[in-house]
Design a protein around this ligand. Structure first.
Ligand code: 5AD
Ligand code: SF4
Length: 440
């Protein structure tokens, strides 16, 4: 029996693509292994959102060289977002001539054919499609977890934020047919999954390209009613396309969780404009106000970037002020990194590294203080927790996520795994909440 390793870099989209790659390999008789030395296939599913993501791939490939020398039959593959960039596939070939297979984000479904070709011809395969094809349905996914499943609702992105590489490597927006999504969710419910996370680069523009257009709120409505799934989450939202109607829909639907991940990127309207985000500070703050008005218990998280070209002290202060004003439950914070080929990479006024470093430190410090305070506000509250299993924090402890997407740890029997528990929060920590199981 042949064995494979898939090493995934990047976001949930990539994680889910890896489940599909794994599903195709397993259908071909491959089994997963941890042992790189013995694997017949090592596939790197790559990310290029920042240079750090790419550097991890370069060093991983460097380390594989000696293994390839001692096991020349091993197939080394690189796929995903990185090779999809202009010139990158050639660079990879040149730097790592022992790589056997390179393909991109638009021809994932061809992996089994590529492997057959390499085995038959003993020649490297390099195939990158510039444009996405039709969406391929029905590919098997080897999902790792048994409780939470990722479901792609749309591919690609049409936004062209000036810092972002994603539209260049994931193609234009294509929405899946609602019926295909409903069918997939029904299958997941049958397989025992309790929660789905709907995936798209900008879920709020879902459906615009369908023959019978259905917007994201309409899709949520359909999914809330149609499946045996208990919880529905989604990512990622775009503040430009997020509106009160959607907030009202989410407030009304029982399965859609009250967690809003709404990337703000910057608190300065001037910088948001240069980023081509299509909203300003006031619009963002008004969305937050509407979310809290309709759903007072909602948790709100975000992505924030510091050091975008031209960001001065005043712009950064505006970001810090916005963080203080919104009081996010948590945020993913990033230092701007110039991506070749994006408009922002060519902008003058790139911010010096020392300033970026200082700003990210200040921002993280502020956010940590707020996250802790927000968690403390949950002390004494009752939370509905979907139990994921035993916690590694201590013996006899279970963990799961609240509807607001916070990790909750509490004492309980492991047979509760997979069920919904009601827990009183007794103590806040920065990264999780501690609680007591309420006996039913
Ligand atoms: N540099 C730094 N961070 C970036 N992101 C996207 N592109 C870049 C870049 N060039 C961040 C954004 C996005 C998150 C997934 O990654 O904040 O929301
Ligand atoms: Fe995901 Fe973007 Fe990284 Fe691709 S480049 S894996 S879409 S984060």
């Amino acid at each position: 029996m042949k064995s494979y390793i898939i090493k995934t870099f990047g976001c949930q989209m990539n994680e889910h693509d890896s489940e599909i790659l794994a599903g195709m390999l397993e259908a071909k008789g491959y089994r997963s292994t941890e042992d790189t030395g013995k694997a017949d296939l090592v596939l790197l599913n790559t990310c290029c959102i920042r240079a750090t993501a790419e550097n991890k791939v370069f060093s991983y490939l460097g380390r594989l060289k000696s293994q390839k020398l001692s096991n020349p039959a091993m197939i080394i593959g690189v796929c995903g977002c990185m090779p999809q960039q202009e010139g990158m596939a050639a660079k990879l070939r040149q730097l790592f001539p022992y790589v056997d297979l390179i393909f991109g984000t638009h021809n994932v479904q061809q992996l089994p054919i590529f492997i057959d070709r390499i085995l038959a011809e003993r020649k490297p395969v390099l195939e990158i499609l510039a444009e996405p094809d039709e969406i391929v349905e029905g590919l098997p996914a080897a999902r790792k977890e048994g409780l939470r499943a990722w479901v792609t609702i749309m591919h690609g992105c049409n936004n062209y934020c000036t810092y972002c590489i994603v539209p260049y490597v994931r193609g234009r927006e294509r929405s899946r047919e609602p019926d295909d999504i409903v069918k997939e969710m029904a299958g997941l419910a049958r397989d025992g999954f309790k929660e789905v996370v709907l995936l798209g680069q900008n879920v709020n523009s879902y459906g615009k390209d369908l023959k019978n257009p259905l917007d994201f709120a309409g899709l949520l409505e359909k999914l809330d009613g149609a499946s045996g799934i208990e919880r529905i989450r989604y990512m990622t939202s775009h503040p430009r396309d997020f509106n009160e109607e959607l907030i009202r829909t989410i407030a009304r639907l029982g399965k859609v969780c009250e967690h809003f991940h709404l990337p703000v990127q910057s608190g300065s309207s001037r910088i948001l404009e240069k980023m081509h985000r299509g909203y300003n500070r006031e619009h963002y703050l008004s969305l937050v106000e509407k979310i809290r008005r309709h759903i007072p218990e909602a948790t709100i998280t975000t992505d924030i970037m510091v050091g975008f070209p031209g960001e001065d002290d005043g712009d950064f202060r505006a970001t810090m002020d916005l963080v203080r004003e919104v009081r996010f439950d948590s945020s993913y914070t990033f230092v701007y990194n110039a991506r070749p080929g994006t408009p922002a990479a060519g902008m003058t006024e790139q911010v010096p590294d020392e300033i970026k470093k200082q700003r990210i430190q200040d921002l993280i410090k502020l956010q940590n203080t707020i996250s802790m305070e927000k968690n403390e506000e949950e002390e004494g509250s009752q939370q509905e927790v979907l139990v994921e299993g035993e916690s590694n924090i201590g013996p006899g402890l279970l963990y799961g996520k609240s509807r607001g997407n916070k990790t909750v740890v509490f004492a309980g029997d492991k047979t509760l795994t997979g069920s919904t528990a009601h827990v009183t929060i007794t103590r806040a920590h920065l990264a999780y909440l501690e609680g007591l199981l309420i006996k039913q």
